[in-house]
Write a protein that binds this ligand. Structure first.
Ligand SMILES: [Zn+2]
Length: 375
């Protein structure tokens, strides 16, 4: 399958690898991409956080001391869902201006565009600065591949700026909120339901906590482009049988955070707010990221985009989180833009598609960004 003539064929080739996560099994797809990059002079290293779960880091060196530009994307996709597809999700069917398939939008079109541009940059006689591609496994299950890279001593090195090719229909985002999830538990004393006065009802305690959380104030000013943090109670589980006083209850809380918030401090804030009646456990977290839109490189990317968008881009954040929440802090916070050819509203959907015109435009945009950095 090593032959492709353009980014459309390459997207279709990538769609043919079943990288639905779980189980992921990105190895074959990663090896294919590695061979495309190695054959034009990139140094490629593979990293596996589990068998078959392959992430690649590909480097093309420059001649100057300038740090490389980093393009990054993930090669796993989400499952197909329960609804039947009207198109074969692995065949890359084309109709009108669309390529259909699981991952067409999120984000094999972005990976294809980045790889196609990387191969063009490799043809430059003497690139001034280098180019690095990080193509990850396991992003859809909380950035597993990126966390694995970040945990290794010498896997990442340095980067001067990052482009994350997640689907934005070629509109730039300068960051995204973080997320932190907590389980908040209450305890009681069980008793017969006919004598509730002999027990302590854990569900009542949890109910009070849920109602209080509606009034919770993060005490932080909204971020200029990401807005306010949010809190949602998503689950409540308590009681085993209807004829007993429940002695355990747990609620699940999802908080979306902005720069300047520390997730451990939020845990403490919640504890102070809800008092000793609750026990709080931090379940998982990803960091928010936000690049200053006044940054010179960000402005230069906005200039590249203006003719395509037919308007000056406005700095805003993506609604989803990305591998940048791991990579950007690990690289020491270089400017980071989320920008990709996929349609954000088609991500994870039945009959997912990417517009061919957006894909071709995406290749031009990435090429201009990479040439400005590397040439
Ligand atoms: Zn994605």
């Amino acid at each position: 399958m090593a032959i492709f003539t353009n980014s459309i064929d390459l997207t279709r080739n990538l769609l043919a690898f079943n990288t639905i996560n779980p189980p992921g099994q990105e190895q074959e797809c990663a090896k294919y991409l590695a061979s495309l990059l190695e054959s034009v002079g990139f140094q490629v290293r593979c990293y596996e956080f589990a068998p078959q779960r392959t992430t690649i880091v590909a480097r093309l060196s420059g001649v100057s001391n300038c740090l490389p530009l980093c393009f990054t994307g993930h090669i796993d996709t989400v499952p197909l869902g329960m609804t039947a597809w009207s198109r074969d999700p692995l065949a890359g069917e084309i109709a009108d201006d669309k390529i259909y398939g699981r991952g067409s939008t999120d984000m094999k079109s972005g990976v294809a565009a980045m790889t196609a541009v990387a191969r063009q940059i490799a043809q430059l006689p003497t690139p001034k600065a280098g180019l690095m591609l990080i193509l990850t496994a396991g992003e859809e299950t909380c950035c597993q591949g990126a966390y694995h890279l970040a945990s290794l001593d010498n896997a990442l090195g340095e980067a001067g700026a990052i482009v994350v090719g997640e689907p934005t229909a070629n509109y730039p985002s300068i960051g995204h909120k973080g997320a932190v999830r907590f389980e908040i538990r209450t305890k009681g004393i069980t008793a017969h339901a006919s004598m509730p006065e002999q027990g302590i009802n854990a569900v009542y305690k949890a109910a009070q906590a849920v109602l209080r959380l509606q009034e919770f104030d993060f005490q932080i000013a909204p971020h200029s482009s990401l807005g306010k943090p949010t809190l949602n109670v998503g689950t409540i589980t308590g009681g085993i049988n209807i004829n007993s006083v429940p002695d355990r209850c747990a609620i699940g809380v999802d908080i979306r955070t902005i720069p300047g918030q520390n997730h451990v401090e939020i845990c403490q804030q919640l504890q102070n707010f809800l008092g000793d009646e609750v026990e709080i456990e931090l379940l998982n977290e990803v960091q928010s990221i936000a690049t200053d839109d006044k940054n010179e490189w960000v402005q230069s990317v906005f200039e590249v985009l203006e003719p395509y968008l037919k308007t000056q881009p406005v700095a805003k954040g993506a609604t989803f989180f990305t591998d940048a929440s791991v990579l950007t802090p690990k690289f020491g916070y270089p400017p980071t833009i989320i920008l990709g050819p996929g349609e954000p509203e088609m991500a994870h959907k039945t009959d997912e598609f990417c517009h061919i015109s957006k894909l071709e435009e995406g290749v031009e945009i990435y090429r201009k960004i990479a040439e400005a950095w590397c040439r």
